[in-house]
Design a binder for this molecule. Sequence first.
Ligand SMILES: [Zn+2]
Ligand SMILES: [Zn+2]
Length: 137
Amino acid sequence: MTQRLTGGCLCGAVRYTYEGEVGAAGYCHCADCRRVSGSAFGVSVRVAAEGFAITSGAPKSFVKPGDSGRPVARFFCGDCGAPLYTLPPLHPEVVFIKAGSLDDPSVVKPNRQAWTRSRVEWAEIDSSITSYETSRV
Ligand SMILES: [Zn+2]
Ligand SMILES: [Zn+2]
């Protein structure tokens, strides 16, 4: 089902839209997502790069190998610092939108969690959802 999503950063300088199929959403407990979120874990939703567009502002990016060893480009607002989305360089067809940056985060239904071996004790997620000790693949 095609959906239209909108979102942006905390200060409003960076805005984006997405139109297309909304993919799976999940929690990530990896150390990098924890640090980027400033909280216990990241929550992101997979969308198709061809339907994703920045409509205002110019996000900055930071590239670092993730726990998987593969580089991940993380995009954020250079003014307010809000995390916005990540791009896996090996999969340019995919964008992972940070669910908390959506104007309507209720469109996202996280149903999986990754990197549970890195989970902090104070971050308990419903253990009945599909769980992966490391990355999903
Ligand atoms: Zn901002
Ligand atoms: Zn992660």
